[in-house]
Design a protein around this ligand. Structure first.
Ligand code: CTP
Length: 396
């Protein structure tokens, strides 16, 4: 939840400074307590007054610009120490160099030093400046110290060049802040792989066998795991969903693709969650040309695909946690418990497609979490909330 969170926006002197008015406004509307600190150069592009009107908070530029109350609460210490997230954007080569080397000669750089919250920085400048080795080395230093580097984008730059260095869209910056403050970062260091969506099995060049999976549950798991700090790989069948921020996405089509992509990456993962609806059967052969209709009925010979989850269970490495899903329309508990044992999984998330509010297309789910010694029924909740509960159950 961002509501009530103290967010500091540190703005240095780049033309993209004007975009930060939208960022400040969007955060304010979400209920955040937004504090803006500007460098003197940033004030060449936009005035502090604009941010004061948008955030209803005093904007700091000069370290010595204190009101009587500030003398007690010393803003350059208290702001940083009580912040929940600190975003520096646009970050010029100059501010990056100062932060990398501990120089604290203005309000912004001085406030950064006592801050103990997630630090985000978005380098934004001319592409040639950005490529310069010293700038890259300074960015590297900040990354090593735990700063989250928000990559700038390619595009037309204010200097007339086309290249990398453009500040990303305001929505993306806000999304990064939401990621940083929405959840506790209790999955940092965990390598998580999640499968999602349907698979498609070709019959001929025009036809496929597939299912109704939307991929929403798997994507919710990937999104929430990334927000909790995990290193997430999402292997997905064909879906119409955008990749959650910070998630590595691998697109696949068939059950065989899914088997190959998941199995080859599995040994290095700490947690694997199989939320994909993978075809159990695939056509024995794929026709080279369109199959023409004939009189009467037809049947298609199918062969079994490999069970990815079962393979993972059989080759589970020490300390690895394997979670499967179970989609049923009858005898949900009994069938799902059997899958837990048969596939040697650590946990199965079961849901009944016939219950309203559960299943593929909807944004809610009703999950029963089954482990070897326990069964926990979750009430109806959004897929993001269900994802949070599932991940919490896994990390304990
Ligand atoms: N699964 C898999 N490989 C397959 C089929 C399913 O890894 N070829 C995984 C799914 O991703 C899910 C779990 O196995 O995590 C259970 O899938 P589900 O379709 O509910 O069950 P099945 O094992 O396929 O059995 P049935 O279709 O008979 O219910």
């Amino acid at each position: 939840m961002i509501k009530g969170k103290k967010i500091i926006l540190g703005i240095s002197g780049g033309i993209a400074a004007y975009k930060m008015t939208n960022v400040a406004s969007m955060l304010y509307k979400l209920g955040a307590d937004v504090h803006v600190i500007m460098t003197k150069n940033a004030c060449q592009f936009i005035t502090p007054k604009t941010f004061e009107v948008l955030t209803k908070n005093k904007v700091y530029v000069d370290t010595f610009d204190e009101t009587p109350d500030d003398a007690v609460n010393v803003p350059h210490i208290s702001l940083g120490q009580t912040a929940d997230c600190f975003l520096i954007a646009p970050a010029t080569a100059n501010i990056i160099a100062k932060l990398a080397h501990g120089i604290a000669d203005d309000m912004l750089t001085t406030t950064v030093l006592p801050a103990r919250c997630p630090m985000l920085i978005c380098p934004s400048m001319n592409g040639y400046m950005l490529e310069n080795q010293v700038v890259q080395e300074n960015i590297e230093i900040l990354a090593k110290r735990g700063y989250k580097i928000i990559e700038s984008e390619y595009g037309n730059l204010a200097c007339g060049y086309e290249g990398k260095g453009k500040l990303p869209k305001e929505e993306i910056l806000v999304e990064h802040i939401l990621n940083a403050v929405e959840y506790d970062h209790d999955m940092v260091g965990k390598k998580v792989m999640i499968s999602a969506g349907p698979t498609e099995e070709s019959l001929d060049p025009v036809r496929i066998l597939t299912n109704h999976s939307s991929g929403k549950m798997g994507f919710a798991l990937a999104r929430v795991a990334a927000k909790r700090g995990a290193d997430v790989t999402l292997v997905t069948g064909p879906v119409n969903l955008s990749t959650p921020l910070g998630v590595e996405r691998v697109d696949i089509v068939s059950a065989e693709d899914m088997y190959n992509e998941i199995t080859s990456r599995a040994p290095e993962k700490d947690i694997i969650i199989m939320a994909a609806a993978i075809a159990d059967y695939t056509p024995v052969s794929v026709a080279d040309n369109k199959i023409k209709k004939q009189d009467g009925d037809m049947s298609i010979p199918l062969k079994r695909t490999k069970d990815v989850l079962k393979g993972l269970g059989e080759n589970k490495k020490e300390g690895q946690f394997i979670c499967g899903f179970s989609m049923e329309t009858e005898n949900m508990l009994e069938n799902s418990k059997a899958k837990l044992v048969k596939k040697n999984a650590d946990m199965i998330c079961a849901n009944n497609l016939k219950v309203p509010g559960a299943g593929y297309k909807v944004d809610t789910n009703i999950i029963t979490i089954i482990k070897k010694d326990s069964v926990r029924e979750l009430p109806i909740m959004s897929k993001d909330e269900a994802a949070y509960e599932i991940l919490s159950e896994i990390i304990g």
